[in-house]
Design a protein around this ligand. Structure first.
Ligand SMILES: [Mn+2]
Length: 264
């Protein structure tokens, strides 16, 4: 019997960002992964598409012959979804910029640059992790131009021992926990406003949806028929985006509901 491809077509999608999977697998991390894997199972069952909008990993680097053992279960889970027919699109963030052939060839993930528009279900989706969107943040832009430079990447890959890199990443990861708490509402508001103005520019063209992360607070805002989503995170909010083929919505996975910040 011929396969009716219209029956197989599935226009629903899930959007996740800022999971920040950690190298240090303590109890909190194990519980978080358990929750994440339950959500991934749901995506697999529904045969939906998964869009990862950056900072899936708290630290990610491909050394070539060496892969990080801290994420073995995550790699296996991603592979399991792909083998079951799920497409995973992955946009690198500031923590997982260095995605390479292991992720694309061995796991089978579709890797894209942050700041790409993809057509999905007849709609135009613009994806950007959200880092560097604020041109006023000169310090970050400077840092970005260093860590993304091919020479810097070559040095990390060939001259620094992977164990040293992991030790450093663990240390940075412990510090970044503090950073989230310290972020002032003013910085946050400026960042959100910047995101909205970019969204409005895009919506004046053909883009229907703008999807970002990085801010770590969930917010869905409509601009007429079009909408902007900043996903939130899977650390405090356990939030994610869902597209049913027509509408985009913001959802919360975890039972533990946190009070959401008032954003404009
Ligand atoms: Mn980020």
């Amino acid at each position: 019997m011929p396969v009716d491809y219209f029956d197989l077509m599935n226009d629903s999608a899930y959007f996740l960002s800022d999971v920040h999977l950690r190298i240090q697998a303590d109890d909190i991390e194990r519980e978080r992964r358990r929750e994440l894997f339950l959500l991934l199972d749901k995506i697999k069952e529904e045969q939906a598409t998964l869009f990862i909008v950056g900072d899936w990993f708290d630290f990610y680097f491909e050394f070539g012959h060496v892969i990080s053992q801290a994420y073995t279960d995550v790699y296996a889970k991603m592979r399991e979804l792909i083998e079951a027919g799920v497409t995973i699109h992955y946009f690198g963030g500031n923590h997982d910029y260095w995605l390479g052939s292991f992720m694309s060839d061995k796991i089978g993930v579709q890797i894209h640059r942050s700041g790409t528009t993809l057509e999905f279900a007849g709609k135009q989706f613009y994806f950007h992790h959200g880092d560097g969107l604020n041109e006023d943040d000169v310090n970050y832009r400077r840092l970005q131009s260093v860590i993304q430079h091919p020479v810097f990447i070559w040095i990390l890959k060939w001259l620094i021992h992977p164990n040293i890199m992991h030790w450093l990443a663990k240390w940075l990861s412990a510090r970044s926990k503090l950073k989230y708490r310290k972020e002032t509402p003013l910085d946050l508001l400026n960042l959100v406003r910047k995101n909205y103005s970019i969204a409005e520019e895009l919506f004046a063209g053909n883009v229907d949806f703008m999807i970002t992360g990085h801010i770590h607070y969930p917010k869905l805002k409509s601009f007429g028929e079009k909408s902007f989503l900043t996903i939130g995170d899977f650390i405090n909010y356990f939030s994610y985006g869902f597209f049913d083929g027509v509408n985009l919505s913001l959802k919360q996975w975890h039972v533990k509901q946190l009070e959401q910040r008032e954003l404009p």
